[in-house]
Design a protein around this ligand. Structure first.
Ligand SMILES: NC(=O)c1ccc[n+]([C@@H]2O[C@H](COP(=O)([O-])OP(=O)(O)OC[C@H]3O[C@@H](n4cnc5c(N)ncnc54)[C@H](OP(=O)(O)O)[C@@H]3O)[C@@H](O)[C@H]2O)c1
Length: 232
């Protein structure tokens, strides 16, 4: 069974992205750590344990298809291919899309749905050529229902993931997305008052789930929108 040895992690300077890079960084795995941020990415990657092979691709706005293509070309040049894409770029805001259209709606569609589409489109030809690939996007539980219209961009990530899985099953490419509720981050603790944190999940636990989804053991798991809301 083939293992994912060359992995692109997007949003690598973010809270979940760092946990994913930390989990995957081990001898034999080559990581391209990508983020729009420049500051923060390099020091974090430089501090990874010795033996971990990780390169940075900073200042990349992944809403842009050309940038995503250059990212993939960099991975192919440096690693010889791309086995897995773990896309953690994304975010949500509160509010009611129906009464707050225009800017917020467009920004969230671009941040979540467009980045998922653009990054997937960039890696798929390389994965198709090698007849192997693992794609993981991060949606969110509000993307499942109509009670949170501002999360429609996450619904789009779920449907896109299903489409990629269906269209590329014969290429041995799997596509799954994860649905966190609230991730236990310092930022959420600082900004979310009077809410019980017992339902929150750690970034590390989601990183372990991602490591499973790109492992050989998960070869037949595809098209999934997997909740990450349980207790550790
Ligand atoms: N945190 C939660 O409670 C929670 C809950 C449910 C789902 N999720 C999902 O989990 C994923 C990770 O969340 P997180 O909390 O780790 O978010 P985060 O800390 O904001 O990390 C996302 C990273 O992606 C970068 N980024 C944003 N737009 C980009 C773009 N266009 N191109 C390249 N990089 C870009 C961000 O840079 P900037 O800082 O410069 O924007 C940031 O470094 C997201 O999809 C989020 O929606 C999070």
């Amino acid at each position: 069974m083939r293992e994912a040895k060359c992995v692109i992690v997007t949003g690598a300077a973010g809270k979940l992205g760092r946990a994913v890079v930390g989990k995957l960084a081990k001898p034999g795995v080559r990581l391209l750590c990508v983020d729009r941020k420049v500051e923060g990415l390099e020091p974090f990657v430089s501090a990874l344990p010795s033996g971990a092979e990780a390169l940075t691709f900073a200042g990349a706005d992944l809403r842009d298809p050309v940038t995503a293509m250059i990212m993939v070309e960099a991975a192919v040049d440096c690693f010889g291919g791309v086995d897995a894409l773990v896309n953690t770029v994304g975010g949500l805001t509160t509010g009611r899309a129906a009464v707050d259209p225009s800017d917020k709606w467009d920004a969230l569609i671009a941040l979540n749905a467009r980045v998922a589409l653009v990054t997937s489109s960039a890696v798929l030809p390389v994965m198709q050529a090698s007849r192997y690939g693992r794609i993981v996007h991060i949606a969110a539980t509000p993307g499942l229902n109509a009670g949170a219209p501002q999360a429609a961009s996450k619904t789009a990530v779920i449907r896109l993931t299903e489409s990629i899985a269906a269209e590329h099953r014969a290429d041995r490419i799997t596509a799954n997305c994860i649905l966190p509720g609230t991730i236990d981050t310092p930022q959420n603790r600082a900004t979310t008052l009077d809410v019980k944190t017992t339902a929150w999940v750690s970034a590390d636990s989601i990183a372990r789930l991602i490591a499973f989804l790109i492992s050989p053991e998960a070869a037949v798991v595809t098209g999934g929108a997997i909740p990450a809301t349980g207790m550790e």
